[in-house]
Design a binder for this molecule. Structure first.
Ligand code: GLA
Length: 728
């Protein structure tokens, strides 16, 4: 700590003293250094492990690269982070450092604001970097404004450019589709451009994800090697371009998708780009994940350091077939199993047009034919069974067959003077969140529910449609290019209002499954629904990818029926439970359909989960054996902050005769302490040979233990959850 303070003081000195213009920011283990000489170009000098004062004194000798390249002068062919058409039509921009960086000490971070100015035009950019003092993450973004005589047009407006020195660099990134989100791609970076982008308009996490991880020392390793993770915190369309050309660097250009979205910026208005969160670790991909997770829990997620309840969500149990009796039965069964929160999903609303797949969305009044005693009746029932109550809504959307659309056809998002394209059920439409009246209406849905029924503890906020038509009836004809950005600004305003009036309610971000997974929505939400695919085998892959950037506390992971409703796969309850327990545990099935043995197992596992919940939801993640490595097994573990407790998950992925499975070699333990191994909710007739025995952390990490093929399995589907408790 004293070293950090000393370095910080030296650096403040640097900013104003002999090495004027060097701006260095530090997290507990990393440093980011920029050169910002007044009247010169802003340069990115260094990002990596924390530097000493002596390192810093020689840092400029190592050279750097332009931190925020702009379009049009000198190298007009080069990739630009910012491109502007000035008020007189000039297409070029120049940005020089206008003044010394302003350093602001915040509660858990230091913010450097470096003012950049165009020497000819009255255009300004604040280049902002926030470095946390309690986790190894820096945030980088820009704020753009001008005082030109009339509006300027932003043609390109990245948040940041992250340079990664060429070498044996690999990149890991996530792609997917509905029910197959967050599939991992890992590839070496080569010359050319690798682009990861999203133009869904409404939810940006279903297909390509807005995060990347660079492994600087060759093939990505989970627990060794220098690694940089970068995550764009934004809920709308985005573009990540990794450009490798003539320079010595791979450069990640990250920001809002500017294609088809030129932004007209009036004089005096500030355009704030979303932040790019960046983490460095010399402990491999898992190390970079841990840095992001810690930052996520402490600074980005709503209630990130609180434990989450074990819930039952009604969707796969009854779909839209909601009725009072069914809800009560599920609540009772949940309580019997030891669960804590019941969530009623889609199907509970609509009077003139009772909810079906093709009608009623937008009319958030209880369907009293299904629920004669309304929400109040349900919250009372929940209280009777000692569980909390939550509710599904999809407030940014409506069906054309709804009282809402009959009353307010102008609230539907549509290209002016054109028919609207519909989605789900051939009637679903998106509401025009650019319109302040729609923002008020969407806020009022949540406000009315939470005010009328203060016992609602949880809301699942869904979004089941992309922006099919680009255009807003609210925006002027000349500003149609703002449609996607204005939608998200409007949405964010609503989320801010909800959070400031209802700070305690737990909110889940859902978008047809994992469509709303982005760190930009997490200041408002507590967790994300990872995927509509609840098949335990496929979830291992989806959750593995998701865990690269999201902590377990934010990953909703539910036990579902067998055969699984999405894949038809038959998987025993033990395995389904053991996969779901590695995230925020829930149930997504009709408990009535469980056999007596399954119910007993489920109840035992929920009790176990409550015991290990602090370690799973708040501990440090070490991914051990990747499902993508084709070793027949996947494994990961969580280690508590003080390393006194750890929980290891081991899932066999396939079953072949004569298979040689790897040993379970652990990570993150204290090598000098001894840990007792206890298997949780075992169903195998024979305990593991290591059951109840103690081993040093060193031995568990270097040599590991054997988990025999087929352990706990029913022919196939072997899995185990091991609790490690420090004994000295
Ligand atoms: C989406 C969600 C599901 C469920 C349905 C309800 O698909 O991802 O979990 O809530 O909508 O219509």
């Amino acid at each position: 700590m004293s070293r950090i303070l000393l370095t910080f003081c030296l650096l403040i000195g640097c900013a104003v003293g002999a090495r004027a213009g060097v701006v260095a920011l530090h997290t507990p283990h990393t440093s980011l250094v920029l050169s910002a000489p007044k009247g010169g170009a802003l340069q990115w000098l260094y990002y990596g492990s924390q530097l000493t004062a002596i390192d810093l004194s020689g840092i400029t000798a190592l050279g750097g690269t332009v931190a925020y390249p702009v379009f049009g002068l000198g190298t007009s062919s080069a990739e630009a982070a910012l491109a502007v058409t000035h008020s007189d039509g000039n297409y070029t921009t120049d940005l020089l450092v206008a003044d010394a960086a302003q350093m602001v000490q915040e509660a858990h971070s230091t913010l450097a604001r470096i003012p950049l100015r165009d020497p000819v035009y009255d255009l300004c950019v604040d280049y902002c970097v926030r470095a946390y003092t309690d986790c190894d993450v820096v945030e980088v973004w820009t704020e753009i404004w001008h005082n030109e005589s009339s509006a300027v047009t932003l043609r390109r407006y990245c948040s940041a450019v992250l340079p990664v020195r060429r070498g044996a660099v690999w990149v890991s990134h996530l792609h997917g589709s509905w029910a197959a989100e967050a599939q991992m791609t890992q590839q070496p970076l080569q010359d050319g451009v690798l682009e990861i982008r999203n133009k869904d308009g409404v939810r940006n996490g279903m297909q390509d994800r807005a995060e990347v991880m660079f492994s600087l020392d060759g093939t990505p390793e989970e627990n060794s090697g220098r690694t940089i993770a970068a995550a764009l915190c934004y809920s709308g369309n985005y573009q990540l371009r990794i450009v490798t050309n003539w320079s010595d660097y791979h450069r990640l250009f990250a920001g809002i998708m500017a294609e088809d979205a030129p932004y007209t910026l009036p004089s005096g208005e500030r355009f704030v780009t979303p932040k790019l969160a960046v983490a460095y670790s010399d402990e491999g991909c898992s190390g970079a994940s841990r840095a992001l997770h810690t930052w996520g829990r402490q600074h980005q997620l709503a209630h990130g350091t609180a434990l989450r309840d074990v819930l039952l969500n009604s969707w796969e149990g009854v779909y839209m077939d909601i009725n009072e009796q069914a809800m009560e039965t599920m609540m009772r069964d949940l309580a019997d199993l030891g669960g804590e929160l019941f969530v009623m999903d889609d199907g509970w609303f609509g009077r003139k047009y009772p909810r079906t797949n093709s009608q009623g969305l937008g009319d958030w009044q209880v369907d009293t034919h299904k629920l004669p005693h309304g929400i109040a009746g349900l919250t009372q029932t929940a209280a009777r069974y000692g569980v909390k109550f939550g509710l599904w809504i999809e407030p940014e959307m409506a069906c054309l067959r709804s009282a809402l659309c009959e009353a307010h056809p102008e609230w539907v998002l549509r290209a002016p003077r054109r028919e609207v394209t519909t989605g789900r059920g051939s009637t679903q439409v998106v509401l025009d969140m650019a319109n302040p009246e729609v923002q008020d209406y969407v806020f009022s849905i949540v406000d009315t529910l939470l005010t009328t029924y203060p016992d609602i503890a949880y809301i699942k906020w869904d979004a089941n449609m992309e922006m099919q038509d680009y255009g807003s009836g609210y925006l002027a004809d000349t500003l149609q290019g703002h449609t996607a950005i204005a939608y998200h600004k409007g949405l964010e305003r609503v989320w801010q209002r909800v959070r400031s009036k209802y700070p305690d309610v737990v909110l889940q971000a859902c978008g047809s499954g994992g469509g709303r997974i982005n760190l930009g929505v997490l200041p408002y939400f507590d967790e994300c629904w990872v995927s509509d695919n609840t098949d335990a085998l496929q979830r291992i892959y989806t959750q593995w990818g998701t865990s690269y950037f999201y902590p377990a506390v934010a990953m909703a992971s539910h036990i579902s029926a067998s055969p699984n409703h999405q894949t038809g796969r038959v998987i025993p309850m033990k395995y389904r439970i053991d996969v779901a327990m590695s995230g925020r545990l829930g149930i997504e099935m009709q408990p009535r359909q469980m056999t007596a043995a399954e119910r007993a197992l489920c109840a035992e596992a929920i009790a176990d989960y409550k015991r290990i919940r602090p370690t799973v939801q708040q501990g440090n993640l070490y991914r051990l054996i990747s499902p993508y490595a084709h070793q027949g097994v996947a494994s990961l573990m969580y280690v508590g902050g003080d390393k006194a407790e750890a929980v290891a998950f081991w899932w066999q992925l396939d079953t072949f005769c004569g298979q040689h499975l790897p040993r379970l070699r652990m990570a993150g333990l204290n090598p000098d302490r001894h840990y007792r191994v206890t298997e949780l909710h075992r169903r195998a007739a024979q305990p593991l040979a290591v059951e109840g025995k103690c081993y040093s952390g060193r031995m568990l990490m270097e040599s590991g233990i054997e988990v025999p093929a087929g352990h706990n399995g029913e022919q196939a589907w072997a899995s185990t959850v091991l609790l490690l408790t420090a004994v000295d």
